[in-house]
Design a protein around this ligand. Structure first.
Ligand code: SF4
Ligand code: SF4
Length: 423
């Protein structure tokens, strides 16, 4: 393994502006409201909500707010030489279907102007699917890529309950999935995927078996978030939470093998190893924009695992705030829709990021994780304020781990090189 001694680069306002104007994904948080009350939901009592909006004051996005950002991009997308060819237009919540009117408005506005656009819009939505059936044809007709949240069979899904009567949402979601599979088999095959959260009610074996057998799908899965846990609910969190490592240890040999094979792109060890290999290669770019922007945007040139602003997506919250993704709190907003205008200062954003880089760089440059860091400055208040990272390591254990992985799974390197698409 080889080490880089490169110091961090400086983020410029023009680079940020370029990324903002050429996003691969624009996401509308159609509403903060949800008809479910999943026990592990990051918007609920399990989390500390230091900057939160509270559960009783949730709002939905109004059409005017959506239109301001949408019109901004529609204008750009009409430029002949626009370089981004496919753009995901996505809907997120709360449960996005609780504001279906906004989804319909945005989609129909884009479709109406499609002939003038120099992009291919791809519509997508993350949903709990309990309200999907009533407008199913709309989503099928617009070839929506659907990511449905379901934690497995009835027992596995028992933490995903309705807000009004606390009943398990399993039957509603499962029946809708079966209906799509039966009535629109090609659409189902191409466009529907599932995301499951790992916890004490499911486990990898049961989860994988359920999805493969009952729904003929390979699910995505992830553990319950452990960021900003509410101290008063720590016990409940600990009783529910299962780390990926623990889930793997508890899995049968056959299932554990699948994590290095069929499900390798869902395996956090493989994700980290992939970053490490690509960042050390010096010639892998995440997308066409990165290649065109050259050295400055390469992963690893900037301290920590924080992505460069707007390289993953532009996320518009129901309150009109602009964020680099849905996983960070509102106090990290980088712009906003206010007084019927888009207000964003690329210079200010550059100053914010460069300030963090300055604070973090002396630590990150010495850290074993620096080529494969997944630690985002916006997800850790303490880290951001103090510049002290709890994951900092110089004991070379990470490199040892990579070596062990490569030795015990010799085909993994070839597969990473041949198959990986970084998201
Ligand atoms: S969590 Fe941080 S690194 Fe990840 S997409 Fe969001 S802003 Fe980027
Ligand atoms: S783990 Fe922490 S110290 Fe190490 S590179 Fe990532 S952010 Fe920097």
């Amino acid at each position: 393994m080889f080490m880089s001694t490169k110091k961090h680069a400086n983020l410029t306002p023009s680079l940020i502006e370029y990324c903002f104007n050429h996003p691969s994904q624009v996401v509308f948080e159609t509403t903060e409201k949800c008809n479910l009350a999943c026990r592990y939901c990051t918007f609920r009592e399990l989390y500390s909500h230091k900057h939160a909006r509270g559960l009783d004051r949730l709002i939905s996005m109004d059409i005017n707010t959506a239109d301001i950002l949408l019109d901004y991009y529609l204008n750009l997308w009409k430029h002949k030489n626009y370089s981004q060819k496919e753009v995901y237009v996505s809907f997120y919540g709360g449960e996005p279907l609780m504001n279906f009117g906004l989804i319909k408005h945005v989609v129909e506005k884009i479709v109406k102007q499609e002939n003038e656009l120099h992009i291919i819009p791809i519509f997508s939505m993350t949903t709990n699917a309990t309200l999907l059936e009533r407008n199913l044809e709309f989503f099928v007709n617009h070839k929506f890529r659907l990511l449905i949240s379901l934690d497995g069979d009835f027992e596995g899904n028992s933490l995903r309950v309705f807000g009004n009567n606390k009943a398990n949402s399993f039957s509603s979601v499962f029946n809708t999935a079966l209906k799509i599979k039966k009535e629109f088999p090609d659409y189902y095959k191409e466009n529907v995927s599932f995301n499951a959260v790992l916890h004490n009610k499911n486990g990898l074996d049961k989860l994988i078996l359920f999805f493969e057998k009952e729904l003929e799908k390979e699910p995505l899965f992830s553990p319950i978030s452990d960021i900003e846990i509410n101290e008063n609910f720590k016990e409940e969190f600990e009783s529910m939470q299962i780390s990926f490592q623990q889930a793997t240890q508890e899995a049968t040999e056959e299932c554990a093998q699948k994590l290095w094979d069929k499900y390798m792109h869902n395996n956090p060890y493989v994700t980290q190893l992939t970053s490490h290999i690509f960042n050390n290669s010096g010639n892998v770019y995440k997308d066409l924009n990165s290649l065109m922007l050259g050295e400055s945007i390469k992963e690893g040139a900037f301290p920590s695992g924080t992505c460069l602003p707007f390289t993953k997506k532009v996320f518009l919250t129901a309150r009109g705030l602009i964020l680099p993704c849905e996983r960070i709190s509102h106090n990290n907003c980088l712009g906003r829709i206010e007084n019927n205008h888009l207000e964003i200062s690329f210079e200010q954003i550059a100053n914010i990021y460069n300030g963090y880089y300055k604070k973090l760089s002396s630590q990150c440059v010495r850290c074993d994780y620096k080529q494969a860091c997944l630690h985002c400055v916006f997800q850790d208040d303490q880290f951001r304020e103090s510049g002290k990272c709890i994951s900092f390591s110089t004991n070379k254990k990470v490199e040892e781990l990579y070596k062990q992985i490569l030795l015990s799974h010799p085909s993994i390197y070839q597969r990473i090189m041949n198959e990986t698409v970084i998201k």
